[in-house]
Ligand binder design. Structure first.
Ligand SMILES: [Zn+2]
Length: 288
């Protein structure tokens, strides 16, 4: 396991998955978040409970959390900074209206400075080209150039790692399941925040959100696609083999050999253990 990483952690699905990814690879993981005048500043309020959850599930690995305040409203633009423009699909420059020019470049630069001061070997971010919103500062080439620039500028050797760069939202849900099973997926469903409108009132199977903005649509479609494939896979593995019929025959054989009373006791123990295992692999339920 490598030594330490700094994760750019906003409290959203992507950065939370990246945090779990980093915790599975690094001995110590620090986090950094940005208050930048975002309309969905509610994402900042979910960071702490998520960090508490991660601290319990990955004991003694979480390091410090830094929260920086940058007033981006004073220097750039975009619907994420402007209360009125979220419903526009694209801005005048052809990019999504939610694109905030330079935002991720600034975040990366600040985060790299913090990583250099703390001695982190890696800087981890949830940027993605596959299923993304078209932001040019989330592109792989941009981040490779940033890695060169910050290391030249600070005489460091920090790696910028983007585990989600080439996967879509469905695969991001699958990654969470691989990393932390049902417990991590459930936590991501109900504790992380993605919605650009900052909606924490409406609960869906994929989490909280307005259900209409681009971020909600990406998250919801990814969840449905992943859940459908995951449920089909689980059904194939554990239910399509008619396990109940096999178990019933096994119970009868046990009873023939050992007598009904002893067989019943052994069978009860076996059944408890088996049901625990089956329960762990059951398809996820929809939210209440
Ligand atoms: Zn939304």
């Amino acid at each position: 396991m490598s030594k330490s990483a700094l994760v750019m952690f906003s409290g959203g699905q992507d950065s939370t998955t990246c945090l779990a990814w980093a915790l599975s690879r690094y001995e110590r993981v620090d986090t950094i978040g940005f208050h930048y005048g975002q309309r969905h500043a509610v994402e900042m309020t979910v960071r702490e409970p998520i960090l508490d959850w991660m601290g319990l599930h990955y004991p003694n690995q979480l390091g410090s959390d830094v929260l920086l305040t940058l007033d981006l409203k004073g220097i750039t633009r975009g619907a994420l900074l402007d209360d009125g423009a979220l419903k526009e699909a694209t801005g005048g420059d052809g990019f999504p209206s939610t694109y905030v020019p330079g935002r991720n470049l600034l975040f990366m630069t600040y985060a790299a400075v913090v990583a250099a001061q703390r001695g982190n070997q890696a800087l981890v971010g949830g940027m993605c080209e596959t299923d993304f919103s078209g932001y040019p500062d989330c592109r792989d080439n941009t981040l490779k150039a940033m890695q060169v620039a910050v290391n030249l500028g600070m005489a460091t050797n920090i790696r910028i790692e983007t585990p989600l760069m080439w996967i879509d939202k469905a695969q991001t849900w699958a990654m969470a399941m691989d990393l932390g099973g049902n417990a991590l997926v459930k936590m991501i469903q109900y504790s992380t925040h993605t919605c650009y409108a900052g909606d924490r009132e409406h609960q869906h199977v994929w989490g909280f959100g307005c259900g209409e903005c681009a971020a909600c649509n990406l998250r919801a479609n990814g969840y449905r696609k992943w859940h459908e494939a995951y449920s089909a896979d689980i059904h194939k593995k554990f239910y399509a083999r008619e396990p109940v019929a096999h178990l019933s025959q096994a119970s009868d054989r046990l009873s023939d050999r050992l007598g009904a009373r002893l067989a019943a006791r052994i069978w009860a123990r076996l059944r408890d253990r088996l049901s625990d295992r089956l329960w762990q692999h059951q398809p996820l339920e929809d939210c209440p």
